[in-house]
Design a protein around this ligand. Structure first.
Ligand code: FAD
Ligand code: DHB
Length: 385
């Protein structure tokens, strides 16, 4: 088999890239090691930046998203039992969209299938050797000769691992905490997201639909989800999200999904080796506090698709050569923002000095227009290149 771009991974990065290439008449083969069902049910991110939605809309990928999404114009920071709203749209002219990553992935898979270009799930033993992509589907080994490979296979994928370590520089930071995330069959208790700083640790109140709430708790990094029965989770959420407002009440309901996600900051440079381009989580990870991972994956492939479009239109490989440099500017801005939000909102030690610094920063970003604008501008995201 032959193709122009071999794409490893059918997550948001791989699938958006495949569609942008299709719109430019560029052929690709997408392979994923998981089943379609698994990929479509993986509960992950929920916040889309304004620019991500614009890009998906322009690519014709946002019909259901625009019908079913929840548009938010602000977020709340809760500390010392009082909520403080950051008016995102008032400060930046932009908004955020709440739409589950797995719903987006369903839309992307359906758009790919409509193009009748190859998308293969349950590919075993996926390997990249130069521009050769090999894998096994139903016991049949296939080799695809590609002009280029896009490694969109997430943090634990094989693409990055195949690059000689001497060719890469890795920047990494691990955090002593993780997020315990739950999806609950309960109407959200507030209209906007609530990021809560509490002496017992961070909590986040988010949502998916008018009937489904998404909630997170800061927990130690080595947490076993089995130690968190539903009643313990609700107790802790009630405590950390409580406030001096008699109208506030957390809505509880059956927990539909529960998992622990590690927190890490990670960047590999450059994001390219010979004819292999890394995009999304394969190249970088941010802690989830800034809600950026998915958006960054889409921003990478927007640049990559433009580079391939330029190349196949016979206009040279200037953009492809600058791919890493262009992407890394946004990656590091987002790394800083995600680290900063994480440092401001999580309890790390019992040091009263750290606590006072965090509270001072929270008071500052919720009282100074300049500081709130900095937070808002980063949170809604910068326009795509
Ligand atoms: P992925 O979505 O990871 O997709 C990679 C794809 O590659 C997967 O489909 C995988 O099956 C496939 N793959 C892996 N290895 C191979 C292989 N060897 N061969 C073939 N295919 C392979 N971000 C937020 O902003 N907010 C959140 O709340 C949030 N929660 C998260 C929770 C978890 C548990 C995780 C892991 C991530 C979370 N993220 C969150 C981050 C966000 O979901 C990611 O940044 C986003 O999914 C990146 O998209 P991607 O396409 O680069 O990678
Ligand atoms: C969600 C996840 C995040 O990481 C975040 O910062 C905000 C919301 C969510 O899953 O809804």
């Amino acid at each position: 088999m032959r193709t122009q771009v071999g794409i490893v991974g059918a997550g948001p990065a791989g699938l958006v890239l495949a569609h942008l290439l299709h719109l430019n008449g560029i052929d690709s083969v997408v392979v994923d090691r998981q089943t379609r069902d698994h990929v479509e049910k993986r509960i992950r991110a929920g916040v889309l930046e304004h620019g991500t939605v614009d890009l998906l809309t322009a690519a014709g990928l946002a019909d259901r998203l625009l019908r079913e999404r929840m548009v938010h114009h602000g977020v709340e920071l809760l500390f010392d039992r009082v909520g403080h709203r950051v008016p995102l749209t008032e400060l930046t002219g932009r908004e955020i969209t709440i739409y589950g990553q797995h719903e987006l992935v369903k839309d992307l898979i359906s758009a790919r299938l409509d193009t009748e270009r190859p998308l293969l799930f349950e590919a075993a033993d996926v390997q990249v050797d130069g521009t050769e992509l090999t894998f096994d589907v139903d016991g049949t080994q296939t080799t695809v000769e590609c002009d280029f490979i896009a490694g969109c296979d997430g943090f634990h994928g094989i693409s990055r691992a195949g690059i000689p370590s001497s060719a890469l520089t890795v920047f990494e930071r691990e955090y002593p905490h993780a997020w315990l995330g739950v999806l609950a069959q309960a109407p959200p208790a507030s209209d906007e997201l609530v990021y809560a700083y509490h002496d017992r640790g961070f909590a986040l109140h988010s949502m998916r639909t008018p009937d489904i709430t998404r909630l997170y708790l800061q927990v130690p990094a080595d947490t076993d989800v089995a130690d968190w029965p539903d009643a313990r989770i609700w107790d802790e959420l009630r405590t950390r999200l409580d406030r001096d407002d008699p109208r506030w009440q957390l809505n509880e309901g059956p927990i539909l999904e529960k998992s622990v996600a590690a927190m890490r900051s990670f960047v590999v440079t450059p994001m390219q080796h010979e004819r292999l381009f890394l995009a999304g989580d394969a190249a970088h990870i941010v802690p989830p506090t800034g809600a950026k991972g998915l958006n960054l994956a889409v921003a990478d492939v927007a640049v990559l698709a433009e580079g391939f479009a330029e190349y196949y239109a016979g206009r040279g490989s200037g953009l492809l050569r600058r791919y890493s440099e262009i992407c890394l500017q946004r990656v590091w801005r987002v790394q800083h923002f995600s680290w900063w939000m994480t440092s401001m909102l999580h309890r790390v030690d019992d040091d009263p000095f750290t606590r006072e610094l965090q509270l001072s920063q929270l008071r500052y970003v919720t009282s100074s227009t300049a500081a709130a604008t900095t937070l808002a501008e980063n949170y809604v995201g910068f326009p795509m290149a």
